[in-house]
Design a protein around this ligand. Structure first.
Ligand code: ADP
Ligand code: MG
Length: 487
C-alpha cells in the first residue's frame, strides 16, 4: 500500500455522488388520511384506521400535498406529468402496519429538473432525475430490551428528490442539501428542520479513474440528517473506496450506515440481501391528475428563486458572493434587503445597504437572539440612516452610534442626529479655525512633522476629532491639515 494522502489520490480518482433526499411537506393533515401532522405530539395520538392499516379503508390523496410538490417541481424546472401514478412499495417492518408504503415508481410526478448550487461564488446546476410523492413510515424507538412503535409520523406526506449522479465531492453534496433546504423553505413547502427529521438524505457514492466514462460500483449511505454529516459521511466513503481499489480490492454494492459519533460507516445490507419491493400500481388510488388551472396558479404564485436572486445581487448591486449568499439564506432577510433597496431610490448603494444590514442590524439582532422578523428598525429607517452617512450629514462612526440608538429606542435617525447635534462638520472655514488652533497649540509636533516624522499626522487628525467630538469631516480635515502643516 502506498503512503499517499487522500488528496494526492484524488488527482487520479474522481468521486461521483447522487443524493436521494426526503423532504416532509408542510401540510396540516396526512397524505391519505385525515389525522393531523404535528411534531412532538403524544406517541400514537395522531393515527386513524388508514394509518393503522385497517382492512376496508380507502385512501384519498391530500390535495395540499400535491400543490406543495408541484411548487417544487415548477421551481426546479421539472417536467410535470399531467397524470402520474401511485404505487405500492412492499416491505415488512413494525412501523409500517399496511405492509406497504404508498409511493410513486415508474410514473413519478416530476422528472428532469435541476437545482442551482452556490459553489465558490458562482452557480452550478445539478440535474434531478425525479421528484416523487410518497408517505412516511412511523418510528421505532428502542429503550433497553423493549421496542416501541410510534405511528404519528406514518402517512406524513414526503417528496423524494433524486439527483443525477453528478455531484463531484463531499462539499458539493453538502451544498446540494443546503440549496434544497433553502429552496423548500423559501417556497414555504416545508420547514425542513433536519433535527426533527423533516429533511434527510441517502447518499450514493462511487469513484472512477479520472477520464473514465463508466460509473464505478456505488454504495449507499442511509438516512443522514445534517449538512455536516453528509459532508463527513461522503468524505469518509470516498477515502474508504479509494483505499480498497488502490489496495487491489473491489467495491461491493451495498447499503451502509453512517455512525456520526464514531465517524465511520458499517455494512447494513448487501445487494443480495436487498429488498424486493414488488412495486405495483396502487389499485385503491386513481391517477394523480394535474390540470391546466392548477399549473397556472402554481406558476403565477412562484416568487423569484434564491439562486436567481443570488446572481442578480452580484450583477445589479455588486455584492460580494458571501454577502449575497448570506442575504438569500433566508427569505425574510432577502425581503428586508429588497425593501431597503426600494426605500433608497436612484442609488447604487446596494453594497453599502447590505453592509449596514449584515453588520449593524444582524449583529444587534443576533446579540439579542432575535430574527429579522423582530427587527425594531424597519427597512425605510435603515435607508434613512445610510442616506445621512452617504450624503455626509454624519460620519460613519456617528452613524453606528445613531443606529444603536434607533435600534434601542425606535426614534428616527434624523431626529436623533438633530437632537444630539452630531452632524458632521464639512464647513471649510469652520474646520480651518479648528485646524489652525490645533497646530498653533502644538508647535513641537508641528516642527517634528515638518522635519519628516510622518507618524505625527495622525496625532493632528486625532486632536481635530477630539476638538469636534468626532464630527469633523475626515477628508476635508486631512486636506486642511496638509495645507496648514506645509506638507
Ligand atoms: P435506487 O432507486 O436503487 O436507489 P437509482 O438507480 O434510482 O437506485 O439511483 C438512486 C441514486 O443513486 C441517484 O441519486 C443516482 O444519481 C445515484 N447513483 C446511481 N448510480 C450511481 C453511481 N454509480 N455512483 C454514484 N451515484 C449513483
Ligand atoms: Mg436508493
Amino acid at each position: 500500500m502506498s503512503e499517499r494522502t487522500v488528496e494526492q489520490m484524488l488527482e487520479e480518482w474522481e468521486p461521483v455522488i447522487g443524493l436521494e433526499v426526503h423532504v416532509q411537506l408542510g401540510t396540516k393533515s396526512k397524505a391519505f388520511s385525515p389525522s393531523a401532522v404535528e411534531f412532538g405530539a403524544r406517541p400514537n395520538s395522531l393515527t386513524d384506521p388508514l394509518v393503522l392499516g385497517m382492512p376496508g379503508t380507502l385512501p384519498t390523496f391530500n390535495k395540499g400535498a400535491l400543490e406543495l410538490a408541484l411548487k417544487l417541481g415548477v421551481a426546479t424546472g421539472s417536467q410535470i406529468r399531467a397524470k402520474s401514478r401511485f404505487a405500492r412499495k412492499h416491505y415488512f417492518y413494525p412501523d409500517l402496519p399496511k405492509g406497504y408504503q404508498i409511493s410513486q415508481y415508474d410514473e413519478p410526478l416530476c422528472e428532469d429538473g435541476h437545482i442551482d448550487l452556490i459553489l465558490g461564488g458562482a452557480l452550478k446546476r445539478v440535474k434531478l432525475q425525479r421528484i416523487h410523492l410518497e408517505e412516511d413510515a412511523g418510528k421505532n424507538m428502542h429503550v433497553g430490551a423493549i421496542s416501541h412503535v410510534d405511528l404519528n409520523r406514518a402517512g406524513v406526506p414526503l417528496v423524494e428528490v433524486v439527483t443525477a449522479p453528478e455531484l463531484g465531492s463531499a462539499e458539493e453534496a453538502a451544498e446540494f442539501m443546503r440549496a434544497l433546504h433553502r429552496l423548500v423553505r423559501w417556497l414555504d413547502i416545508s420547514e425542513a428542520d433536519m433535527e426533527k427529521g423533516q429533511m434527510r438524505c441517502d447518499a450514493n457514492v462511487s469513484i472512477r479513474r479520472v477520464g473514465e466514462d463508466r460509473l464505478g460500483t456505488r454504495t449507499e449511505l442511509k438516512n443522514i440528517n445534517s449538512f455536516r454529516f453528509v459532508q463527513n459521511a461522503v468524505e469518509h466513503e470516498i477515502a474508504r473506496q479509494i483505499r480498497i481499489l488502490e489496495g487491489g480490492g473491489h467495491i461491493v454494492q451495498e447499503t451502509r450506515l453512517w455512525d456520526a459519533q464514531a465517524g465511520t460507516s458499517a455494512t447494513m445490507r448487501t445487494k443480495e440481501e436487498a429488498n424486493d419491493y414488488r412495486y405495483f400500481p396502487d389499485p385503491d388510488l386513481p391517477p394523480l391528475v394535474v390540470d391546466g388551472p392548477m399549473m397556472g396558479s402554481i406558476l403565477r404564485s412562484l416568487p423569484e428563486l434564491p439562486a436567481a436572486r443570488f446572481a442578480r445581487y452580484l450583477r445589479e448591486h455588486g455584492l460580494s458572493p458571501d454577502d449575497a449568499r448570506t442575504i438569500i439564506s433566508d427569505r425574510a432577510l432577502a425581503e428586508y434587503f429588497e425593501a431597503t433597496v426600494k426605500a433608497h431610490p436612484g442609488s447604487t448603494s446596494g453594497r453599502t445597504l447590505a453592509n449596514w444590514m449584515l453588520t449593524e442590524l444582524l449583529g444587534a439582532l443576533n446579540a439579542d437572539g432575535k430574527d429579522i422578523g423582530d427587527s425594531p428598525v424597519p427597512p425605510a429607517t435603515l435607508s434613512e440612516l445610510v442616506r445621512m452617512v452617504e450624503d455626509g450629514t454624519i460620519s460613519g462612526k456617528i452613524g453606528k452610534e445613531v443606529f444603536e440608538e434607533t435600534y434601542r429606542t425606535s426614534e428616527a435617525p434624523r431626529a436623533i442626529v438633530e437632537r444630539r447635534g452630531v452632524q458632521q462638520i464639512s464647513d471649510e472655514a469652520a474646520l480651518w479655525e479648528i485646524v489652525d488652533k490645533v497646530v498653533t497649540q502644538n508647535p513641537k509636533q508641528a516642527e517634528g512633522y515638518a522635519a519628516g516624522k510622518d507618524g505625527l499626522f495622525g496625532f493632528f487628525v486625532g486632536q481635530v476629532m477630539k476638538a469636534t467630538q468626532g464630527r469633523a469631516n475626515p477628508v476635508i480635515t486631512s486636506d486642511l491639515l496638509h495645507k496648514r502643516l506645509g506638507r
